[in-house]
Write a protein that binds this ligand. Structure first.
Ligand SMILES: [Zn+2]
Length: 325
């Protein structure tokens, strides 16, 4: 710590004797008090400190770092200035906190990209970092999220929660045969290339028609514009299965690529009719149709252009601020 830094920690005489995680919490308290705006204060208070490392495949604590990870929104508070036609910084307290964290060897990640396990505290991504990314956590419907490492210790509950569902699939790599499920068919594809129209709802409907409820969809792979999946049935229901009848059917739904083409055409025509110079033009497409709107520059900067983001798995319930997890 340099001499100039000293006054920063007045009121914390024992600062030097604290662990890095404890220092981080003290710094959060200190900078929250200093924030120039209420929004800046919240941004500082919402930083979360973690000390259990990563569960996410491909991530580990960088060499020379403290092993303490802080999750937060590290952007300064900004405001759109109509006259300057630019975004101006109104509160950069969070950046000052980040500078101090950097000096302590604390890794900083974005809190809208990462979540933490309710069992072991390890971190996992909640948004993709590449188009090959697959979710490595279980977002239990009525509980807190659990990381892939903890799921793998005993995947039974996780697997049962996907049984009979035609709108979700397993994304954590598990040996399903070992867990009592038999692969019925693989190689199904859904995506934006012509012919990738396999529809899990049609597959599920046929299985239900055969009185089979304990089926599971497994995500086999993801590409930039498509994915592949397979369907498994629990061995306890195999007797009821008519395999020949199942394999005889086609499970293609309406053309996905066709709907995409229609929607893009619709977006192009509707975007052309929006007035210029009023903000940022946004088109959202689904099921062959497009919805267009103009959003303000501030809303665009705040990430609100595409509407509500999916709920963060750790934020279903209120939580404390600046906590060590
Ligand atoms: Zn865990």
């Amino acid at each position: 710590m340099t001499k100039e830094d000293k006054p920063l920690f007045e009121g914390y005489p024992d600062f030097d004797s604290l662990s890095v995680a404890e220092k981080a919490v003290k710094l959060i308290e200190f900078f929250a008090e200093k924030a120039a705006t209420q929004s800046g204060r919240y941004r500082v208070e919402e930083v979360h400190i973690h000390t259990d490392g990563y569960a996410e495949p491909g991530y580990s604590i960088e060499e020379g770092k403290s092993g303490v990870i802080a999750l937060g929104n590290w952007n300064a508070i900004t405001k759109w200035d109509e006259k300057k036609h630019d975004s101006i910084v109104v509160d950069q307290t969070i950046c000052l906190l980040a500078d101090e964290f950097e000096k302590l060897g604390i890794e900083m990640d974005w809190d809208d990209e990462w979540g933490y396990c309710s069992k072991c505290g390890k971190l996992f991504r909640v948004t993709q970092d590449s188009y090959r990314w697959q979710r490595y956590y279980w977002d239990c419907e009525d509980g807190d999220p659990i990381c892939g490492d903890c799921v793998l210790e005993d995947p039974t509950e996780y697997l049962v929660s996907f049984e009979g569902k035609d709108n979700s699939c397993i994304t954590i790599e598990i040996d399903l045969e070992k867990c009592g499920y038999i692969k019925l068919e693989g190689g199904f594809e859904n995506g934006f290339y012509d012919g990738q129209d396999a529809d899990p709802k049609l597959i599920a409907a046929e299985l239900r028609h055969q009185d089979i409820e304990r089926f599971i969809f497994n995500l086999d792979g993801v590409g930039q514009f498509d994915l592949s999946f397979s369907v498994y049935v629990h061995k306890s229901e195999l007797k009821k299965l008519n395999k020949i009848k199942f394999k005889d059917k086609s499970y293609n739904g309406p053309s996905v690529s066709g709907a995409m083409r229609e929607a893009l055409k619709d977006a192009s025509s509707k975007m052309g009719k929006l007035p210029d110079g009023k903000g940022v033009k946004v088109a959202t497409i689904s099921a062959g149709k497009a919805e267009v709107k103009i959003v303000s520059p501030q809303d665009f900067i705040d990430g609100k252009a595409l509407g509500e983001k999916p709920k963060h798995p750790n934020k279903k319930k209120a939580k404390g601020r600046g906590k060590v997890k």
